[in-house]
Design a protein around this ligand. Structure first.
Ligand code: GLN
Length: 548
């Protein structure tokens, strides 16, 4: 049976529980264990698919089509292993299961209560992944902060599990904050003491404390925390701020977080962690040889988390190209034909992001036109691809009123249409075309060359599609429909052969990009942008020389 590690959070949110969990998992994986991570979120939504990105950041989609928390993206990027529906559970889903069972009469007349019925369902789901003999260790991240009303049933479930599983079978890590008071020039431990005390009141005693700090902790501080919080000094782990999340596993290695966990779980100390590839990636990331600027056009650009996987994919693709990718956020609502040159002139590439609804759409179309006409590398993902199709229809084919059915139901040329199977659907949650689908690439296209194969599978999240009634018009006008789903014939990729890089995809390649396996489309896009930047530079050079 698997061993369990629970990660709880104290003092405040946003301390990076997901990154700590993923880093520990990475170290244990590097020591030869099979590890998976799951996240329990204490909100009532059944999944985050219905949440506005402003509320909760990006919605991450798994292979099996679950709409999940963005922390699952970190788990996959660190571990290079796919997650699934079972890796993300919300309070909404727990209650839905319990209420459905109650309606079926499964509780045989009993009063259904938080304890034991809700906590039993939480425990059942916590243990689910561990039952699969695939895993030696299951790390469970509990969303929210200790002390939140909505987190209580989860803490209670952990209390019961600590008792039921026994000492060497599970452990609790508490992630906490040691704030630095600038005026006093001191790190303060009191919030951590209170947080641990609160957790202990609920009957859960943490085995390991991971302390986030902005300033290095002096050695006596660990002793003080250990004394007040009833843990050994070696169980107090310092987690300093670092430049990139990908350094955190190495920081945790230095602090021996993996060793202390293995000791407490009585796991064999088999081999030193194998992190050669990880270190190579970090080296390339830290010492880039060139720099490019990519414009990210979307409507949630103020919020970094809204495009998390895209930003991380650029980090992976940048490292492969030994190139620093600076992502400049551009709000599509403010782009007009008059200012588009000013707004995009410094870019080496343009990415039009996924999205929903009509706000900012005309700005996206204007930017795409600029990229197409000026040979600026362009990459359109999902809505970004759909808008590149609309742009081509309007300005190349001459269908001036072309649009996506999502934005204009009355357009005479709905070049992007609602998918047939979507027409009867009225409810919103979990009803899009979701998860992994196969895609066949046309031999000889840029897409096939980028992937190095003609059969791929990528993840989806959309309701609208390229309207196949217009295939001929697009092909005659020079757009190559380079990828199609083999069963339904849905267009999954488009490209322009005479442009240095003009590629759109209906799927989300950013969801599969990991440190070890960067997404090929991002790697090629960054390469094209690098080329564009070099050409720009040598043109400038030439002009200078001509004037001399
Ligand atoms: N709104 C578009 C659709 O539903 C695009 C979705 C997306 O970009 N993820 O098809």
């Amino acid at each position: 049976m698997a061993k369990y590690i629970f990660v709880t959070g104290g003092v405040t949110s946003s301390l990076g529980k997901g990154i700590i969990a993923a880093s520990l998992a990475k170290l244990l994986q590097a020591r030869g264990f099979n590890v998976t991570i799951q996240k329990f979120d204490p909100y009532i939504n059944v999944d985050p698919g219905t949440l506005n990105p402003y509320e909760h950041g990006e919605c991450y989609v798994t292979e099996d089509g679950a709409e999940t928390d963005l922390d699952l993206g970190h788990y996959e990027r660190f571990l290079n292993k796919p997650t699934s529906q079972a890796n993300n559970v919300t309070t909404g889903r727990i209650y839905q299961t319990v209420i459905n069972k109650e309606r079926e009469g499964a509780y045989l007349g009993k009063t259904v209560q938080v304890i034991p019925h809700i906590t039993d369902e939480i425990k059942r789901r916590i243990l689910l992944l561990g039952k699969d003999s695939k895993y030696d260790i299951v790390i469970t991240e509990l969303g929210g902060t200790v002390g939140d009303i909505e987190s209580l049933p989860y803490i209670e479930a952990v209390r019961q599990l600590q008792w039921e599983l026994g000492e060497e079978e599970c452990l609790v890590i508490h992630l906490t904050l040691i704030p630095y008071l600038r005026a006093a020039k001191e790190l303060k431990t009191k919030p951590t003491q209170h947080s641990v005390r609160l957790l202990s009141e609920y009957g859960v005693h943490p085995d390991v404390l991971v302390c986030r700090t902005e300033e290095p902790m002096y050695s006596d501080l660990k002793k003080k925390i250990a004394l007040f919080c009833n843990v050994t000094v070696e169980s107090v782990i310092e987690a300093n701020d670092v430049n990139t999340i990908y350094e955190v596993p190495l920081e945790m290695l230095r602090e021996k977080l993996d060793v202390i966990c293995m000791k407490k779980l009585n796991l064999p100390m088999t081999k030193e962690p194998e992190l050669v590839k990880w270190r190579e990636f970090l080296d390339k990331l830290k010492y880039p040889k060139s720099k490019i600027t990519i414009g990210l056009i979307g409507k949630y650009v103020e919020l970094q988390d809204a495009y998390k996987s895209i930003l991380e994919s650029f980090v992976h693709a940048g490292a492969v190209n030994e190139c620093k990718v600076v992502v400049e956020n551009i709000h599509s609502e403010y782009i007009t034909p008059e200012n588009v040159y000013e707004k995009l002139k410094n870019l080496d590439g343009l990415l039009v992001a996924p999205g929903f609804g009509h706000r900012g759409i005309e700005g996206k179309i204007t930017a795409i036109r600029y990229a197409r006409e000026n040979n600026l590398p362009f990459f359109g993902i999902c809505l970004g691809m759909q808008m590149s199709v609309v742009e081509y229809a309007r300005h190349v084919i001459g269908l001036k009123e072309a649009h996506s059915y999502e934005m204009n139901t009355a357009s005479p040329y709905p070049v992007i249409n609602l998918m047939e199977e979507q027409k009867k659907i009225t409810s919103k949650g979990g009803t899009m075309r979701l998860g992994a689908y196969a895609c066949d690439l046309k031999p000889g296209t840029k897409a096939a060359q980028i992937y190095g194969t003609t059969h791929i599978s990528e993840r989806h999240r959309h309701r609208y599609e390229f309207n196949n009634d217009f295939v001929e018009q697009f092909e005659q006008a020079g757009m190559v429909l380079s990828g199609k789903n083999p069963e339904s014939g849905l267009v999954e990729m488009i490209e322009l052969p005479h442009h240095p890089f003009f590629v759109g995809c209906q799927f989300h390649p950013e969801l599969k990009s990991t440190v070890e396996a960067p997404a090929p489309l991002f790697v090629s896009f960054v390469k094209a942008a690098k080329q564009y930047a070099e050409n720009k530079q040598s043109n400038k050079q030439q002009l200078v020389e001509e004037h001399q």
